[in-house]
Design a protein around this ligand. Structure first.
Ligand code: ADP
Ligand code: ZN
Ligand code: ZN
Length: 732
């Protein structure tokens, strides 16, 4: 027998199938098995992707597989198909796409504990008096039947030798048992709710596809609190009835204990969880549970899409607009929405994307009938909060230069008096290096790209990070001539200090990257706040979802402009989504909520639409701007980042790539819209001592971007220069 093996050596010329001989004794070899193989004088890891009984390569040239690494296969033919697609679609090595499918913690293997079990029904006569210790053990086991060896030794305070002696006599058995390191917390069982008529319609539409094994895609556009989760739960229930499995994806930050509880509460131990807060061992054990068919549902983050179910019926992606569904840091830079779509297509399963603020791309697909659109527009049990927008320029001109508008100050005071809780939100995502006029709200933007220009203090210039356009920083606002033009930047610590200063009587909690570094700190802050141990919670986007706390009646957004002006063509979309999510945190209980958004740009459509909580109003504006400036969904983008220690070399190599890219495009036979922007410094020009420059390519046809990526891959670069390419990037 021969095996086709993909070796884990990441380079272009090893990215192919190598044939190995299978030694006689390895008759348990199979597709999807991990092996060790000799490769160029060393032993490397590899993955078996096919088995045949003949080959046209001469036997003498072939090496033998050295070892099988696991006693189970990791992927089946269907997963292999998916991995192949990922490789092609995201332009990565096959070993990289296969590694997406590998379970975390696989090298740790399973954990086993020693157990002791009684093999007899009553105490044998001959043991009684002569061995009191042994008698004690047998009596104990008669009561407890089967227990951990360590517990037995500890509870009876006995030595291992007396247990061993009993085993020799054949009275008891000591054996290994595989255990699951993940211990789910206790849960309260919930019953299905009687669906509202809207929910019923949604459920029925999707159920039809599930029942008839039809690959279908749905966009469930439901306002916050419209009961999307109950829809998910009832669809999963249907799948379980039919013997099918379901995958539920949620963004990392919203995978709170509350979210997990809702699924475990309904389906109990049929649920496995997969996220990064589990240890490697716990993750592996959960994966094994899925593999063995012990569970029917997995709730997890991005990589849970690779859960090894063999009978997939349904994939749900909640909060589908979230940027974390794209793997941006590692290769392959996949978007799990696309991977899920492909997996559902391969396995005839149903895909449901859910959101209160769908991504522009998804909603556009729904309008073009690529997704079936289902709307839930009624809220169940919670009220629409009252949203107010405060213009901070007005505050300033009337003499208030604190970070709190008078309105927000008064509302916080009022909440403190009434014993109700407040969330203060700072969307500190990324950068604060844009400049704005604090008198009229004007923000300088690039005339070509329409993104905010970034202030570079050392050269006193404003630059566009997409195309490189730059102008000198001005002293007076070009619009209103005021000299109050400056760059804005506040951190959560500054807010905490100001809250202490203005509200010395309040108890404060802060949730941001700094306060949530240790395991469990996120949960602790959440429960402390939920249990009323603080009056005010200050936080970043971490607190924008999953926080359903009835006593929170006020949410203050300190400065909406921060997100609005990140140098990213999606800044408007991100702002609208964030504000809507945050607003959803107010008034989850009996009492109505108030939301106060502070901004210098109260005329911006993202903010206006957020005030009215009107998604369609936002969408209709945004889609026009995307079309005019040729951004997705009207084009595909590719971002090429060139980085290295020496700035000069980075710039030179970037210029070289630019030239090659331009040349490649000129040779394309079919001309589609295309534009090559840059090279320009990346928004964060220096990370970990690396200078970073970028080239952005826009093209109507994604295949052209793949062709360009192929060419760029072949360029010879200077030694310490590295290249990272991202097709359809999310954060840029
Ligand atoms: P979403 O996921 O759309 O934000 P949720 O699923 O959290 O909405 O639902 C909001 C609230 O309404 C929850 O407290 C939920 O238990 C409740 N709810 C959902 N569906 C029903 C129903 N059919 N009957 C009664 N209450 C419901
Ligand atoms: Zn101005
Ligand atoms: Zn530009």
């Amino acid at each position: 027998m021969y095996a086709g093996v993909i070796v884990d050596v990441k380079s272009r010329n090893t990215d192919k199938i190598f044939t190995y001989k299978v030694p006689e004794k390895m008759n348990n070899i199979n597709v999807g098995i991990r092996v060790a193989v000799p490769f160029r004088n060393r032993i490397v890891e590899g993955y078996v992707i096919n088995i045949t009984d003949n080959t046209n390569i001469s036997d003498k040239k072939l090496k033998e597989i050295y070892k099988i690494l696991d006693d189970f296969s990791i992927f089946d033919e269907k997963m292999l198909k998916l991995a192949w697609w990922i490789k092609e679609y995201y332009n990565c090595f096959f070993s990289e796409s296969l590694q997406c499918i590998m379970p975390a913690g696989i090298n740790q293997g399973c954990k086993e504990v020693k157990k002791v079990r009684l093999l007899i029904n009553s105490i044998p006569e001959n043991i009684s008096d002569r061995a009191p210790r042994q008698l004690e053990i047998l009596n104990y086991l008669l009561e407890n039947n089967c227990i951990d060896l360590s517990d037995l030794l500890k509870n009876l305070n006995i030595s291992y030798s007396s247990v061993k002696a009993l085993e020799k006599k054949g009275y008891i058995e000591i054996f290994d048992e595989e255990i699951n390191r993940y211990k789910a917390s206790k849960f309260i069982k919930t019953e299905p709710l009687k669906p509202t008529s809207e929910q019923k319609q949604a459920i029925n539409m999707i159920k039809d596809s599930i029942d008839s094994n039809l690959f279908n895609k749905f966009l469930l556009f439901g306002v916050t609190g419209s009961g999307k989760t109950e829809v998910y739960l009832q669809l999963i229930e249907r799948c379980i009835e039919l013997g099918k499995s379901s995958i539920v994806l949620v963004p990392e930050i919203s995978l709170t204990p509350q979210t997990i509880e809702r699924f475990i509460g309904r389906f109990g131990n049929l649920v496995a969880v997969m996220h990064s807060r589990l240890s490697q061992g716990e993750r592996f054990d959960e994966w094994r549970k899925i593999k063995k068919g012990e569970v029917k549902v997995v709730v997890g983050v991005r990589n849970a899409i690779f859960a090894p179910f063999s009978d997939l019926g349904l994939v749900i992606i909640d909060e589908e607009h979230e940027g974390t569904y794209k793997q941006s840091d590692l290769r392959p830079k996949y978007n799990v929405k696309e991977v899920a779509e492909k997996r559902c297509e391969i396995e005839n399963a149903v895909l449901v994307l859910g959101s209160a603020t769908p991504s522009i791309e998804s909603y556009y697909k729904a309008i073009k009938s690529e997704y079936k659109l289902i709307k839930l527009s009624e809220r169940i049990g919670i009220f629409l909060p009252e949203v107010d927008v405060i213009n901070m320029s007005d505050e300033l001109s009337s003499g208030n230069n604190s970070i709190f508008s008078r309105r927000l100050y008064n509302e916080i005071k009022l909440n403190l008096c009434r014993g109700e809780q407040t969330i203060l939100f700072l969307n500190r995502r990324g950068f604060s290096s844009f400049v704005s006029c604090r008198n009229c709200g004007y923000v300088p933007k690039c005339p070509n790209c329409d993104i905010s220009l970034t202030f570079h203090a050392y050269e006193k210039k404003l630059r566009c990070h997409y195309c490189g356009y730059s102008i000198n920083m001005f002293e007076y606002c070009p619009k209103c001539k005021s000299n109050r033009i400056r760059h804005l930047g506040i951190g959560t610590e500054r807010i905490e200090n100001d809250v202490k200063k203005y509200f010395p009587e309040s108890r404060i909690l802060r949730m941001d990257i700094d306060t949530t570094k240790t395991k469990g700190s996120h949960e602790r802050i959440f429960y402390d706040f939920k249990n009323g141990k603080a009056d005010i919670l200050i936080g970043t986007q971490m607190i924008s979802k999953g926080f359903d706390i009835p006593n929170v009646t006020l949410v203050g957004v300190i400065l909406a402009d921060v997100t609005l002006n990140i140098p990213d063509f999606r800044s408007g979309e991100k702002t609208f989504q964030l504000l809507t999510q945050v607003a959803g945190r107010a008034g989850r209980g009996e009492k109505a909520g108030r939301v106060i958004i502070q901004t210098y740009e109260d005329n911006n459509y993202s903010i206006k639409a957020a005030k009215l909580q009107n998604y369609l109003m936002f969408y209709n504006e945004e889609i026009q701007y995307r079309e005019i400036f040729k951004y997705p969904p009207f084009t595909h983008l590719m971002n090429i980042v060139i980085y290295g220690k020496e700035k000069q070399k980075v710039v030179e190599n970037a210029a070289k790539i630019y030239y090659v890219v331009k040349n490649t495009i000129n040779k394309f036979e079919v001309k589609s819209y295309n534009k090559v922007l840059g090279p320009s410094s990346a928004p964060l020009e220096k990370i970990k001592n690396n200078y970073r420059w970028q080239i952005i390519i826009k093209n109507e046809d994604r295949n052209n971007l793949l062709k360009i990526a192929d060419v760029v891959d072949l360029i010879k670069y200077d030694n310490d220069i590295k290249i990272a390419m991202d097709i359809d990037p999310i954060n840029m």
